[in-house]
Design a protein around this ligand. Structure first.
Ligand SMILES: *Cc1c(COP(=O)(O)O)cnc(C)c1O
Length: 458
């Protein structure tokens, strides 16, 4: 008999979360102008807004918090973190930053010039933002399979070598300082990149003398998928896989709020001394001295421990299995979800879920609001509201996919919570024919409207 999956940890400390009634939530979401970002966390029962910085630290990490060395320069906590980063990545040079986008800010200040082209696999929005802010261009070279939600492909985060080579041959090569490989590919739904693909991309980049930097926010989850789905790696440890993966690149930036298993922090790790030297100037200007970079000593210590815990096979198996479990349960109920299920989130397909609500009335947002009202669960719309208006015509841009993302925080919710979420969605799905009306926008910001938009029920 195959035993069922169970968490490889037990609970030592609990944090209460507040239950509420449908009537209370109807009132609260109206007061929040039907924008889930405006809710207070106490008004939410299960919070799936993001998996960024929302995970639980372990007893060993909390113990390290007490050992934090808050010296301005050369602290023991910095040494611990540096040793962990060098050991895991094989890169010699390390700069701490306060979060992932800060790492991008420092590294891209060093490497990106106006007119540069930075190819990659569906760059994350802050990555793209930091490239475009410097008047560079991010070119998406993800394989076409990534954009077909019903198609199974084990590595939908892969880079299309032909698309990449086309960018190399059609542009002056000195305009392409590096490419970014995002592992796992967040924008494509937490989809992994295979080692075979990384190797092939590395060979191509060597041929054209273009550097490779990893956006490594969820690198451990990516390595888990490589172990599970790529035969050549099934007997390797996650740490060995990570070390090999990083060996094909020149450096990495990382949001430690994901696979660092901490609530705040960022990392830059580099092979090249010259790049490191140049980056330190920006690090000091933007983040702080190079042995703390916006982090307190205790946080660096906790991150040093978290980096190793995130590489433990049992942890990763439980993490990814929990997300898959929720996705498969929903699939069983007939609830339309994006496939295959990624590493950190389940995406509801609102076009298939509530086609009865006109797309002009923000159907994914309507579904997210309904999930909150019925069950106190907060997800996030990845659809028309997020896609914003065309900068020239000011018309709404209707993306191909209208999604509601349910991101699962690490080590935070139990199996019963997954059951609760699945049941809530089944209830909504069973009465989907009654869903007719969506929402209209009554106020919006000129840019990044999704955070502050005000809506009214139609
Ligand atoms: C979260 C994230 C970032 C940005 O990190 P922050 O810590 O939120 O600043 C960059 N890239 C990817 C892939 C991410 O998921």
């Amino acid at each position: 008999m195959k035993l069922p999956y169970a968490e490889p940890y037990r609970i030592k400390m609990v944090e209460s979360i507040k239950k509420s009634t449908v009537a209370q939530r109807k009132k609260w979401i109206k007061e929040a102008n039907y924008n889930l970002f405006n809710l207070k966390s106490d008004q939410v029962y299960i919070d799936l807004l993001t998996d960024s910085g929302t995970g639980a630290m372990s007893d060993k990490q909390w113990a390290e918090v007490m050992l934090g060395d808050e010296s301005y320069a050369g602290s023991r906590s910095f040494e611990k973190l540096k040793n962990a980063v060098v050991d895991i990545t094989g890169y010699k040079y390390f700069i701490p930053t306060h979060q992932g986008r800060a790492a991008e800010n420092v590294l891209f200040s060093t490497l990106v010039k106006e007119g540069d082209i930075i190819p990659g696999n569906s760059h994350f929005d802050t990555t793209k933002g930091h490239i475009e802010f410097r008047k560079g261009k991010a070119v998406d070279c993800t394989i076409d399979a990534a954009f077909d939600t019903d198609l199974y492909h084990p590595f939908k985060g892969n880079i299309d070598l032909k698309k990449l080579e086309k960018v190399f041959t059609e542009n002056p090569i000195e305009k392409i300082p590096f490419i970014v490989i995002t592992v796992t590919c967040n924008t494509a739904g937490g989809q992994p990149v295979s080692m075979e693909n990384i190797k092939a991309v590395s060979a191509l980049c060597k041929q054209y003398k273009v550097a490779i930097y990893f956006d490594a926010a969820r690198y451990a989850e990516n390595c888990y998928f490589i172990k599970e789905r790529e035969d050549a790696y099934k007997n390797k440890t996650i740490k060995e896989i990570a070390y090999e993966m990083f060996s094909y690149g020149d450096g990495m930036t990382m949001s430690s709020k994901k696979d660092g298993l901490v609530n705040m922090g960022g990392i830059i790790a580099l092979k090249d001394k010259k790049v490191y030297r140049n980056a330190t100037t920006f690090a000091i200007m933007y983040e702080g001295f190079i042995t703390y970079g916006g982090m307190s000593g205790r946080d660096m210590g906790a991150l040093a421990v978290g980096l190793y815990e995130a590489l433990e096979y049992d942890y990763l198996a439980s993490r990814v299995t929990q997300v898959q479990y929720l996705g498969e349960k929903l699939d069983e109920f007939g609830v339309p979800v994006q496939k295959p299920i990624g590493g950190h989130a389940v995406y509801l397909d609102a076009n298939k879920f509530v086609p009865t609500i006109p797309k002009e009335e923000y159907r994914a947002q309507a579904l997210a609001v309904e999930l909150y009202i019925i069950a106190g669960i907060r997800g996030v719309e990845i659809g028309t509201i997020l896609a914003d208006r065309d900068p020239e015509t000011r018309e709404n841009r209707y993306p191909e996919l209208e999604l509601v993302r349910l991101a699962i925080p690490r080590r935070t919710y139990t199996h019963n919570h997954m059951e609760y979420i699945a049941s809530a969605l089944k209830t909504i799905y069973d009465s989907r024919a009654e869903a007719k009306n969506g929402y209209t926008i009554v106020w919006e910001a000129p840019i990044m409207r999704h955070f502050t938009v005000k809506l009214e029920k139609i």
